[in-house]
Design a protein around this ligand. Structure first.
Ligand code: NDP
Length: 399
C-alpha cells in the first residue's frame, strides 16, 4: 500500500491531537507531511519529535523562530511561518489528505487552498464552511477535492445517507435528517440561572473533551446553529430538511429518516477518533483506538426538544441561514463574543445579545468571492467589537 501524506492544520488542538493519534496507529498507510499551529511552541515541538513532519508551520512569526531554535538538532523538520506557508503546505503536490482543524475563520484560507488543490479534505473547521458557504463549496467542486465531514454529527449523516446521495439527499427517499445535540453542560437551566455562569463551567462539557471555543459554542447551542448551516452546505439541503434533537448521552451522532419508515442512525462512544478514522480511510475502515460501545453499560438513551428560549443562539442561526451573508456575520460576532466571555469581559447571556445586535447592524448580499467573504467578516467583527465595548462600558458605569 502506498503511504498517504497527511497535513494537520491545527495540529496542537484537540482534533489535531486525535488525528495524529489515529495516524500513528497506521504508519504503513499514513505519513505526516506537515503540522501547523498558532503559538503553541511546546506542544508543536513535542509533536514534531514524535511524528517527524517535513514541515512545521507556526502562524506567529516569533513562535516559528522559537520552534526553529528548539528543533535545531533535528534536520528532518523545516519550520515556516505565516498564513501563506500554511496554504503552501495544504496545496503541496506530495500531499494527499488535509485535516482542517484550525479553530474559527482563521482556518479558511488554508482549507480553501487544499480544496482548490483537489485534496481529500477532512473538515472539522466548520466556521470556515459556514462563513464562506458558496465560495467554499465552489472551491471544492472546481478543485475536484473530496470533502469529508469530521464533525461527529455530519460524519454520522454521511454514513447514514444513501451512498450515491451524500451530496443531495432531499430526493423523495430521505424525509428528514435528525441532527443530535447533547444540550451542553447547562441543559435544563433557565435564562436566569445562565446569567452568571463562568468560563470554567461553560467549558466543562459532560461528554466531549474539546477546545475552549467549541465547548462554549456547545454550551450556548451555537454549535448546533453552526452545524445546521454546515449540514445545509454539505448535503445540499435547507434548514427545513433538518430537525435538531437533544440527546444528552451523545451516543447517537445523528440519524436519517427515510420515506418507508426506516430511521438509520450512527452510534458510538463520544470519541472524535471515530469520525477522524472514517475520514482518513473512507471508503475503507481502520482501527481508531476507540473503546467498543457497551449498550448494557449505557442502559438508556433520552431525547428532547431544544430550548431556544433559554438558548437563543440556535434560533439566531436558523434565522441567519436564510439571510444572504447572515452566517458569515453570525460567525464573526460569535467568535468575538465567545472570546470576550472567555476573557470574562462579558457574561454568558451577553453572547447571544452581541450576535443579535451585530446581525441587526450588518446587512449584505451573499458574498461571491473570498475577498467579499473577508470584507463581510471584517465589517461584522468591527460591529461586534463596538457592541462588546458598549456593553462593557455600560456595565462598568453600573458597577
Ligand atoms: P483547539 O482550540 O483545541 O485547537 C485549535 C487549533 O487551531 C490549535 O492547533 C491552534 O494552535 C490553532 N489555531 C488557533 N488560532 C489559529 C490561528 N489564528 N491561525 C492558525 N492556527 C490557529 O480547537 P478544537 O480542536 O477543539 O477545534 C478545531 C476545529 O474543529 C473547530 O472549528 C471546532 O469547531 C471543530 N470541531 C472540534 C471538535 C472537538 O471535539 N474538539 C468536534 C467537532 C468539530 P495553538 O495551539 O498554537 O493555539
Amino acid at each position: 500500500m502506498m503511504q498517504q501524506q497527511v497535513v494537520v492544520l491545527g495540529a496542537t488542538g484537540s482534533i489535531g491531537e486525535s488525528t495524529l493519534d489515529v495516524v500513528a496507529r497506521h504508519p504503513e498507510r499514513y505519513g505526516v507531511y506537515a503540522l501547523t499551529a498558532n503559538r503553541s511552541v511546546d506542544s508543536m515541538e513535542s509533536l514534531c519529535r514524535r511524528h517527524h513532519p517535513k514541515f512545521a508551520v507556526m502562524m506567529d512569526a516569533e513562535s516559528a523562530d522559537m520552534l526553529s531554535q528548539r528543533l535545531a538538532d533535528s534536520c528532518e523538520t523545516r519550520v515556516l511561518a505565516g498564513e501563506a506557508a500554511m496554504e503552501e503546505v495544504a496545496r503541496a503536490d506530495d500531499v494527499d489528505i488535509v485535516m482542517a482543524a484550525i479553530v474559527g475563520f482563521a482556518g479558511l484560507k488554508p482549507a480553501l487552498a487544499a480544496a482548490h488543490a483537489g485534496k481529500r479534505l477532512l473538515l472539522a473547521n466548520k466556521e470556515a464552511l459556514v462563513s464562506a458557504g458558496r465560495v467554499f463549496m465552489d472551491a471544492v467542486a472546481q478543485g475536484g477535492a473530496t470533502l469529508l465531514p469530521i464533525d461527529s454529527e455530519h460524519n454520522a449523516m454521511f454514513q447514514c445517507l444513501p451512498a450515491n446521495q451524500q451530496a443531495r439527499p432531499q430526493t423523495r427517499a430521505v424525509e428528514k435528517i435528525l441532527l443530535t445535540a447533547s444540550g451542553g453542560p447547562f441543559r435544563g437551566w433557565t435564562r436566569e440561572q445562565l446569567s452568571d455562569v463562568t468560563p470554567e463551567q461553560a467549558c466543562a462539557h459532560p461528554n466531549w473533551s474539546m477546545g475552549q471555543k467549541i465547548s462554549v459554542d456547545s454550551a450556548t447551542l451555537m454549535n448546533k446553529g453552526l452545524e445546521l448551516a454546515e449540514a445545509c452546505w454539505l448535503f445540499d439541503c435547507t434548514p427545513g430538511d433538518i430537525e435538531v434533537v437533544v440527546h444528552p448521552q451523545s451516543i447517537i451522532h445523528s440519524l436519517v429518516r427515510y420515506c418507508d419508515g426506516s430511521v438509520l442512525a450512527q452510534l458510538g462512544n463520544p470519541d472524535m477518533r471515530t469520525p477522524i478514522a472514517y475520514g482518513l480511510a473512507w471508503p475503507e475502515r481502520v482501527d481508531a483506538g476507540v473503546a467498543p460501545l457497551d449498550l448494557f453499560e449505557l442502559g438508556r438513551m433520552d431525547f428532547e426538544r431544544p430550548d431556544t428560549a433559554a438558548f437563543p443562539c440556535l434560533r439566531l442561526a436558523q434565522e441567519a441561514i436564510t439571510q444572504p451573508g447572515g452566517m458569515c456575520v453570525l460567525n464573526a460576532a460569535n467568535e468575538l463574543a465567545v472570546a470576550a466571555f472567555l476573557e470574562r469581559a462579558i457574561g454568558f447571556t451577553d453572547i447571544d445579545q452581541i450576535i443579535e445586535k451585530t446581525l441587526e447592524t450588518i446587512t449584505s448580499g451573499e458574498p461571491q468571492t473570498l475577498g467579499a467573504v473577508e470584507d463581510l467578516d471584517d465589517r461584522a467583527r468591527l460591529a461586534a467589537r463596538e457592541h462588546i465595548a458598549r456593553l462593557t462600558s455600560d456595565s462598568q458605569v453600573v458597577g
